[in-house]
Design a protein around this ligand. Sequence first.
Ligand code: PCA
Length: 327
Amino acid sequence: MKLTKNVVAALAGLTVGLAMTCGVSATTWDMPTPYPDKTFHTQNIAAFADEIKEATAGELQINIHSAGSLFKHPEIKNAVRGGQVPIGEFFLSRLSNEHAVFGADSQPFLATNYDAAGKLWQAQRPVVAELLEKQGLMPLFSVPWPPQGLYTKKEINSVDDLKGIKFRAYNATLEMFANKIGAAPTQVEVPDIPQAFATGRVEAMITSPSTGANSKAWDFVTHYTDIQAWLPKNIVVVSKKAFRKLAPEIQDAVLAAAEAAETRGWEMSRKETSAKTAILEENGIMVVTPSAELMDGLKDIGAKMIVGWKNDAGEDGDKVLEMYQAK
Ligand code: PCA
């Protein structure tokens, strides 16, 4: 049947009529996310959406638009803030240009394993929530990527070996880190990684085993050095205005599903680390334990960056670091 405007309007009226008869009016939320469907974060969000649909008997449905298909990654936060979409996911430390506290999880060698990352999130969360609240946003859940490692086309034994290399970056902190190493950083989003290597725009990167394996890093690099430099997080935020429009029991269902998604996401992330490192190896990448010289050099740069970060983050940053260290 050809759906003329009139038919569409009549069907829409019928749906509203049915919903009204049943005493409900179903809500659909469009949700932009930056990463492809096979990413564990995206899969976790799909489970989150399924859980909400089930718990609310279909009264709230979330349509996921992955891989930056609805809004490009850099636009997602402001799309939620501006009310263009009610909910969205993005890489938390992208907001470090607004406030350094958002970037705490991307500081090199501040929190380098899941336990430390968990403590850092507990310390960071109240400040992040307060800062987002001022923009009409509420964090729902946040999940880390596996520890970040180094992908190169040759063996890397010291910081010197990285000099002059064209380096892929995903936020300002990594860009600064790359600059301090003496590499030449360029921002590239995940879906564009293979193309950026193929055309020679970049020659090396720091990212997780997940993103490396999903991007088929074996097509363009030979070595993965497991430096475990930091565990950056994605965050899912909702517009407070959109959230308030939901009936109380639907709000509860969203919050319960968010809590479950955070727990599940951290577990998925832990499992990804070994599973995806094995896939790198199976596909011929040399998985290397870093030399002491390389680690000392990188940690030295990290320690200097923390000093700058503390300066930028001010009292809020002190609060986060004190809470983190007390845990
Ligand atoms: N993958 C994302 C963020 C961190 C990660 O492991 C990326 O490479 O952009």
